[in-house]
Structure formats: C-alpha cells, structure tokens
Ligand binder design. Structure first.
Ligand SMILES: [Fe+2]
Length: 293
C-alpha cells in the first residue's frame, strides 16, 4: 500500500490523501501506517468512514486500548466521546464539571501521563463540529527538544517529572480537581525525555499534569516545567487543526503536546477518541522511575 503524504508542518506531521483507514489491517497497510507514525508523530486523514467498531479495530493495531475505569470490573467497552453533549442531547452549561474538564484540555497537555501506563497514541475523529472554534493545536516536543538552547537542555538531563491528573484540573477549578475521577490515579513519575526505540529520536515528555521535578524544590520545579512548556509551544512548533466531520488525527503521545481551542458552547461538538497504551516495545521501560541500570 503506497501512502500519498503531504506535510502538515514544515518539520513534522503529514496529511495522507489516498487511504481509507477502514481498509487498514495487520496484513495490509499497518506497517506503512506505523512507519509514518514513528517518523512524523502526527497523521491526518480526511473524509474517513470509521464507525466505532472500525475505530476500535484501528486502535487495536497500535496496541491495547487504554482503560481509565476507576474500578477494573467496570471496564467501559465504548469509544470515548470528547463532547459537550449530554446523553439526553442537551448541552452542558457553564460551570458544569464536564465543561470545566473540557476547558482543562485547553491547557497544553499529553494524554494519560497521570496513568500507571501512559499512552502511545490517540486516534481522534471529528463527529459533530461547530461552525467556528474548536480546533485542536499540536506542538512537536521532538522538534522543540532538537532546537532547545543548551542552557535549557542541560536542565532536563536525567530529570524526572511527577504527573498528577488533579494538578491540571486545579488550574481551572479546585472543586473539579477534588473529583475522584482526577484524584484516583495519584502521582506517576516519568523521565523528561522519551527516546523512540525505532528511530532513536528524543522528545520532551511533559504535560499540564506535570506538577514536580523529582529532587527539586516544588516552586523551582514548577518554574522549570512552565519554562519548558513555553519553549515547546512557541508558534513555530505549532500546527493547528480545524476540524471537519470525518477527519481522523492519529498522534504520537510520546512526542506531541496538544490542546483544545474554545468554541461557542451553545453549539454541539463531539469528537470520538481512543487512546492506546504504550508498551515496552514503544520505549516505556526506560521512562520509569527509579531508572534501571
Ligand atoms: Fe487530550
């Protein structure tokens, strides 16, 4: 299968123009897709016809689907909806927890750094798109690390970040941060630099959930995290995606930051999301703390 790919950003990301993702399988097209994912970090496909079961099947090619259920007995078989629409089709209003959670996703972040097993990839599909706003912005932490000044690069050498879900929610609303959905996972510690085992490319592994630098005073650590996030999210490292219904984005959580952009919340917006968990073959073992020698 030959992929016809054109750049999204001058230094990362491609749009693939001649592929219907529903036709990709382990024996047909997945190897090419995975190679492009490792190299480009962000893949865009328009006009796709993926229902939930095809979405799940595509995710399964990348690895095990992430489980965020608070009780292992409650594993949710459904695809996640990133949406301001309630089950009864009315919309969440200002101040409601779901809307505050969506607003927390408008901080630059990497999905799932707060979980005991973080994510390799997110596969996000545009389902219901409002007339304006609601873009998703991406920043390559691989490119940003490559171009980072030495004085900053030296400060992340052998450094580990502590991540906590409620930390990012507290920036939006303290009551939201106290919800069990965000306190349940506690702290996770990950190395600040993720080396891709396929191509040896390194990227900064950071998120709005990063709340501490191990071994550093809390305030100094937060200042360093802010400085690094600011460096990585300069406009020259950013690609902004304006959604159309049927768009599919697949990105490498090891190498990309992303954030949502507000929209008029009196309009519906629904994206379907599957996060795939990272595994040893994705370089996960080298990210753990304490480091293995
Ligand atoms: Fe996200």
């Amino acid at each position: 299968m030959k992929f016809l790919a054109t750049p999204l950003h001058s230094k990362y990301g491609v749009e693939v123009q001649n592929i219907q993702l529903r036709n990709i399988s382990a024996s047909s097209g997945y190897n090419e897709l995975r190679c492009l994912f490792e190299k480009e970090s962000l893949l865009y496909f328009s006009d796709q016809d993926l229902d939930d079961s095809a979405h799940l099947a595509l995710g399964a090619l990348f690895g095990p689907r992430e489980d965020r259920s608070l009780n292992p007995m409650d594993r949710d078989p459904a695809v996640s909806r990133v949406s301001n629409v309630k089950q009864d089709n009315t919309l969440y209003g200002k101040g409601e927890k779901r809307l505050l959670d969506l607003q927390s996703n408008m901080l630059w972040h990497t999905d799932s750094t707060f979980l005991p097993v973080p994510a390799l990839a997110n596969i996000l599909i545009g389902r219901v798109i409002p007339s304006s706003g609601s873009s998703t912005e991406f920043a390559s932490t691989r490119v940003a690390l490559k171009e980072m000044p030495d004085r900053l690069k030296q400060r992340i050498h052998n450094v580990y970040f502590k991540h906590n879900y409620s930390h990012s929610r507290r920036k939006i609303d303290p009551n939201l941060a106290a919800d069990e959905k965000f306190t349940h996972w506690g702290n996770q510690i990950w190395k600040a630099v993720w080396k891709n085992p396929v191509n040896q490319q390194e990227s900064l592994y950071i998120a709005s959930h990063a709340c501490e630098v191990i071994g550093m005073d809390t305030r100094q650590g937060l200042d360093l995290i802010d400085e690094l996030l600011e460096w990585c999210t300069q406009s020259r490292f950013v690609y902004s995606h304006s959604w159309q219904v049927g768009d599919v984005l697949i990105w490498d959580e090891r190498a990309m930051l992303h954030r949502g952009v507000p929209w008029d919340y009196t309009q519906s917006r629904t994206l379907s999301s599957i996060c795939v968990s990272a595994q040893s073959i994705d370089g996960l073992d080298d990210m753990r703390y304490p480091p293995r020698h």
